[in-house]
Design a protein around this ligand. Structure first.
Ligand code: MN
Length: 351
């Protein structure tokens, strides 16, 4: 049935249905390829209402994914208990706050001390379809505690769905506690994409992911799968933080190919790792100490395949304005050929 009728029967607005589709929770049964019009099956009514009820109960996206895959009322009882625990912890915290206010204002705040060591990012993102591709399957995330890029692949809407799903799950998983949260987000995204990669219209979809998040202690956690990269610019020096998981990059690391040969290699797009391909995924992760003035760049291969490292470094070092730098990098990559979608996220360490 068309989205309008489905919306009426499920009681959920079209806007909400679109957001569930974008998050990969409830993918339309069919999408008209010419009009883009979405169609849902009657069997999806229950899922739609279930997702909505769980969202209203505050259940995280990641857990909704796993419940839809493996429905059980036991999980609901676990969440009911968690809500009770959460409520009583919040009541305790409020009582503690009341005692602190009553005791006066010279008590040092634990939250303040922790926040002082938590890096804060000023980030800007720019993406461009390029000159050759018909769709832009790159997706970026640009917040003050976490940034990411995903380069989707697959026919029809698949690449975009996979990349959007990866970004949504990174956003949902990362609170700034640890690098493990980012790794967990990447694994959850892998499972969610792999499960949906059999849906009509989404066959064979997958995506790269590269994400960087601020962690207490003046650290930035970096994770990646595939050939999207993270770089760090410090004192004018550019350093690549991630290893590409591509055939040519593996050959370079083994000494069987030079960097120059790899850059021209006809199979340089072939990935050795991606999200959505298998039930499990090997995730690279690392922590880096950062300081104010450091600048991070996260980008898809559409950028570094068009621009040499010294040009990337020169543009990154050209102005303090992160948004101007993201624009300049993407504009240059498109001007150099724009053979692929191009995405750059520039993030300055503000604190
Ligand atoms: Mn690409």
């Amino acid at each position: 049935m068309p989205i309008g009728e489905f919306s009426e029967r499920s009681g959920l607005s079209a806007k909400r249905l679109r957001s569930y589709a974008a998050a990969g929770l409830l993918v339309p049964a069919a999408v008209d390829s010419s009009s883009g019009y979405r169609y849902y099956g009657p069997g999806q009514l229950r899922d739609a209402q279930l997702i909505d009820a769980l969202r209203a109960a505050g259940v995280p996206l990641v857990d909704i994914f796993s419940l839809l895959r493996d429905p059980s009322t036991e999980r609901l009882e676990e969440w009911a208990e968690l809500i009770d625990i959460d409520a009583s912890q919040r009541q305790d915290a409020l009582r503690a706050a009341r005692r602190l206010i009553d005791a006066g204002h010279d008590v040092p705040s634990a939250i303040e001390t922790r926040e002082q060591t938590m890096p804060v990012l000023t980030a800007a993102a720019r993406t461009d379809i390029g000159r050759v591709r018909e769709n832009n399957e790159d997706v970026a995330l640009c917040l003050d505690h976490v940034v990411a890029v995903a380069d989707g692949m697959g026919g029809h809407a698949g690449g975009e769905v996979a990349a959007a799903l990866a970004i949504a799950l990174i956003d949902a998983a990362f609170t700034g506690q640890s690098v493990d949260e980012l790794v967990a987000g990447v694994r959850a995204a892998n499972r969610a994409i792999a499960e949906r990669a059999h849906t009509a219209g989404l066959e064979g979809m997958g995506t790269t992911i590269c994400a960087a998040g601020a962690v207490a202690g003046g650290l930035v956690a970096v994770v990646n799968v595939g050939d999207s990269r993270a770089y760090l610019l410090r004192d004018g020096e550019l350093r690549q933080l991630t290893d590409d998981h591509s055939l040519t990059a593996e050959l370079v690391r083994r000494g069987e190919l030079t960097e120059a040969e790899a850059a021209e290699h006809p199979h340089r797009n072939v990935l050795t790792r991606a999200l959505g391909v298998g039930t499990t995924v090997d995730v690279d992760s690392a922590l880096y100490e950062v300081r104010p003035g450091d600048r991070l760049l996260l980008c898809t291969d559409g950028l570094f395949n068009e621009l040499a490292a010294d040009e990337i470094a020169a543009v990154l070092d050209s102005t303090p304005d992160a948004a101007a730098v993201a624009d300049a990098l993407v504009d240059r990559a498109v001007a150099h050929g724009g053979h692929d979608n191009v995405t750059a996220v520039v993030a300055d360490i503000r604190r």
